[in-house]
Design a protein around this ligand. Structure first.
Ligand SMILES: Nc1ncnc2c1ncn2[C@@H]1O[C@H](COP(=O)(O)OP(=O)(O)OP(=O)(O)O)[C@@H](O)[C@H]1O
Length: 250
């Protein structure tokens, strides 16, 4: 591992997370081992983003517990969830990753600025420091967000659809960074839709369709039967279901 502390095990116990009291993640229990590389897959609306946000401490569970995640997580949000309309240049967007630690740009030290410049260079964006983020292509912006993760140097990295809508070259470069982080002993949890990529690169998989349909070695989770079940549960999704509709729920 480079500089980050070794990750702790993350344990999820009977976790339910809701939007407007309707569960998006329902009674999930399991563990992410330190240094594991896990794909979170499932149909649209399965609760994948909600789970990542809960792990990052951005969405409070209404039932159950998350242990071991607090203070060691960095999150790459979905690009679609980000507003690129405000006037921010690439260097400041990377430095924004330190916001929680510094409390504002005035407190940014020259050493942090140098590390942010080095992070931009590491993702192939040397010379982009003063470019407004609003002027970047989707791929360039994703590189900026990866530079921010580099600067954050967290033991646990959460990635929400990190390769969505990227060209082959950008995806390959960013996948190389994910492999490197994994090689450094960090815990990586990534929401993905490309099941071929998952089968090739991710040893562990959590298959979610609000309820957990499988969590463990990818080959054992991504069976044809489990994938069919996930699709059927997505089709059966009832937006008006009450909280904790599962009959055997505690
Ligand atoms: N802010 C919100 N307000 C109300 N409902 C929400 C909100 N965010 C998510 N939901 C609902 O919670 C459920 C899970 O959404 P979530 O975004 O976690 O799914 P997902 O698996 O990440 O989907 P996708 O693959 O489409 O990104 C969906 O039914 C969604 O409509």
């Amino acid at each position: 591992m480079s500089r980050a502390a070794a990750p702790a095990e993350i344990r999820v116990a009977d976790l339910t997370v809701s939007h407007h009291r309707r569960p998006a993640v329902h009674h999930l229990s399991g563990r992410f081992a330190p240094g594991s590389l896990t794909a979170v897959v499932g149909p649209n609306g399965a609760g994948k983003t909600t789970l990542l946000r809960a792990l990052a401490g951005l969405h409070r569970p209404d039932h159950g517990r998350i242990e071991g995640a607090a203070g060691q997580v960095a999150l790459l949000p979905q690009q679609a969830a980000l507003d690129r309309g405000f006037p921010l240049d690439c260097l400041d967007a990377v430095l924004f990753g330190l916001w929680g630690k510094t409390g504002g740009f005035r407190a940014i030290r020259p050493a942090a600025r140098e590390r942010a410049e080095a992070a931009l260079a590491a993702v192939g964006l040397q010379g982009f420091e003063r470019r407004p983020v609003g002027s970047l292509s989707a791929g360039q912006f994703q590189r900026v967000l990866f530079a921010r993760l580099l600067l954050q140097d967290a033991p646990v990295i959460l990635l929400d659809e990190p390769f969505n809508a990227l060209d082959a070259r950008t995806s390959a470069d960013l996948l190389t960074m994910v492999r490197r982080w994994h090689g450094e002993g960090r815990t990586i949890i990534a929401v993905l839709h490309d099941l071929e990529l998952v089968q090739r690169e991710f040893p562990e998989t959590l298959l979610l369709a609000r309820d957990c349909l499988g969590w463990g070695p990818t080959g054992q989770v991504l069976t044809a039967a489990n994938r069919l079940r996930a699709r059927m549960m997505a089709e059966a999704w009832d937006p008006d279901a009450g909280i904790c509709a599962r009959p055997d729920a505690a």
